[in-house]
Design a protein around this ligand. Structure first.
Ligand code: PGA
Length: 251
């Protein structure tokens, strides 16, 4: 049985004092959660978030990293920098980065490899645009992105990669994929992994859904056969709301 993994993606929100207040009220709300709980916070919150989640079940992730270890890359942060401060997870290839910051399948693949070299667990985002969906290209898009993201990884790395299926038209729009639709897309991603790495690995990979997840739809989404939790943006900004998503079966 795969464990549910529920990650909040704060994006470019939350000042350090807000992050501290959030964690202090959120931690007791989720201390008995069955799901793995992750908060992916801005770089400037990492230190405070790591300090304030010590002794809790909340894991901390970053939202991006560079694929080189050091060098003349003004404004970038390396995998090693994240690792040494105590970060465990890193989002890679979020659609906002692919669309606004020139992230490509190639840089996504390089970043995943660097994440593993630094013992960080990548949360890799894939998903189709509305245009691609309407043209019937969803499966092609998400399986290709998955294949290219995982290229050259060994079996144990693939097993430790979290994939987040995030249809772009559902992100921040209030439009959620139906649980059946999202589950079907995730099955396709799992089938692609099976083709390359075999059934055992494919059955172990955590594949989340993301795109307007909220406490009112989490239960239905996360109780499907293949959706292993969620990557949650807007609804992760309020501790109470996000705690309800983490404890989706108690709603
Ligand atoms: P949303 O964002 O929950 O606000 O739609 C999800 C994401 O971008 O990871």
């Amino acid at each position: 049985m795969r464990k549910k993994v529920i990650a909040g993606n704060w994006k470019m929100n939350m000042l350090p004092n807000e992050a501290i207040d959030y964690i202090q009220s959120f931690a007791p709300m989720v201390e008995n959660a069955e799901a793995e709980v992750i908060l992916c916070v801005p770089y400037t919150d990492l230190f405070y978030a790591l300090l304030n989640t010590q002794g809790t079940n909340i894991k901390i992730g970053a939202q991006n990293m560079h694929f080189e270890e050091t060098g003349a890359y003004t404004g970038e942060v390396s995998g090693k920098m994240l690792k040494v401060v105590g970060v465990e997870y890193v989002i890679i290839g979020h659609s906002e980065r692919r669309q606004m910051f020139n992230e490509t399948d190639e840089t996504v693949n390089k970043k995943i490899k660097t994440a593993f070299e630094n013992e960080l667990k990548p949360i890799v985002c894939v998903g189709e645009t509305l245009e691609e969906r309407e043209a019937g290209k969803t499966v092609e898009k998400i399986t290709t992105q998955t294949r290219l993201a995982l290229e050259g990884l060994n079996a144990s790395q693939v097993k430790n990669t979290i994939i987040a299926y995030e249809p772009i038209w559902a992100i921040g729009t209030g439009k959620t994929a139906t649980s059946e639709d999202a589950n079907n897309s995730i099955k396709e991603i799992r089938a692609e992994i099976k083709k390359i790495y075999g059934e055992d690995i494919a059955n172990e990979v955590i594949i989340q859904y993301g795109g307007s997840v909220k406490s009112s739809n989490a239960k239905e989404l996360f109780n499907t056969s293949d959706i292993d939790g969620g990557l949650v943006g807007g609804a992760s900004l309020k501790p109470e709301e996000f705690s309800k998503i983490v404890k989706y079966n108690e709603n």
